[in-house]
Design a protein around this ligand. Structure first.
Ligand SMILES: [Zn+2]
Length: 279
């Protein structure tokens, strides 16, 4: 049964996926039951897709700190709340957030929440910082085992380091096996993530300054082990005076939220189109 890709996938999605594959049959059956329970809500309640928004950082983890002292965690939450409001008002989506308060949430828990709720799309919202204060603009990332460029690799390292605030996470699985398992899951969601990424880049580009090569990829923990099309939006750079000043303004965050709302509409419209063709 382990050879069955669908079964393997369910195991991966359920719980600490390394354990599921390496344990005896009885444990695998337990894992499968848990996985089935976890994936069951994936069916769309009332036909409305569930969008999971993930405001980066929170609580003891401020995220990037801007040149004039603004915390990334606050602008991330502000934008996510505005986007959530727009999505709910449209009547086309159910919306959940990984945090609605200034609390610390470990990266794995954020992915776990999306899976437990059966989310159809996962969007993590951040604002980066660089030593070079001249760099500005928005970008959208998808998961990859290797980074698209050195800047993206460094960014993933910074974002992944958020978990240092919550203690060490041990999965009891070798990095090599983890890599194979993640690639199995990612194979089927990569296309959806890439489509969502392109929608977001196109939509943001209409109203917001973009970083050079704005569609990037890197190994973000918050996008890993997810069977849900997922992107990480970097709204700009807290280290750039113009970007930071803009992100402090509710009006600019609303512009970003409108652009992301439009991107999500485009994503689901094209998904429905594809489903009709396939069906
Ligand atoms: Zn961040």
């Amino acid at each position: 049964m382990v050879g069955d890709p669908a079964f393997t996938r369910r195991l991966l999605l359920g719980h600490g996926f390394g354990a599921a594959l390496l344990l005896p049959a009885t444990a695998r059956a337990d894992a499968a039951r848990r996985a089935a329970a976890t994936t069951a809500p994936r069916a769309r309640a009332g036909g409305l897709p569930l969008v999971m928004l993930d405001p980066g950082h929170g609580g003891k983890d401020p995220g990037a700190i801007g040149v004039s002292g603004t915390f990334e965690k606050h602008v991330a939450l502000g934008t996510a709340e505005e986007l959530a409001r727009l999505l709910r008002e449209s009547g086309r989506y159910r919306v959940a957030l990984t945090r609605q308060t200034d609390d610390f949430i470990p990266l794995d828990d954020r992915v776990g929440m999306a899976q437990a709720k059966g989310a159809h799309l996962f969007m993590s919202i951040h604002a980066d910082a660089l030593v070079d204060h001249g760099v500005r603009g928005a970008s959208v990332y998808t998961l990859a085992s290797s980074a698209s460029d050195a800047q993206s690799a460094a960014l993933a390292a910074r974002e992944n380091a958020a978990d240092r605030f919550g203690g060490v996470e041990v999965h009891g699985i070798s990095p090599h096996v983890a890599q194979i398992l993640v690639s199995l899951v990612q194979h089927e969601t990569r296309a959806g993530s890439a489509r969502l990424q392109q929608s977001a880049v196109n939509s943001l580009g209409r109203d917001v300054k973009l970083l050079e090569n704005p569609a990037r990829h890197a190994a973000f923990a918050v996008l890993k082990a997810s069977d849900i099309p997922s992107v990480l939006v970097e709204m700009g750079f807290m280290s750039n005076r113009a970007d930071e000043a803009a992100l402090r303004e509710p009006a600019h965050r609303a512009t970003v939220a409108v652009a992301l709302h439009r991107a999500i509409d485009t994503y689901f419209t094209s998904e429905n189109h594809l489903t009709h063709i396939a069906g």
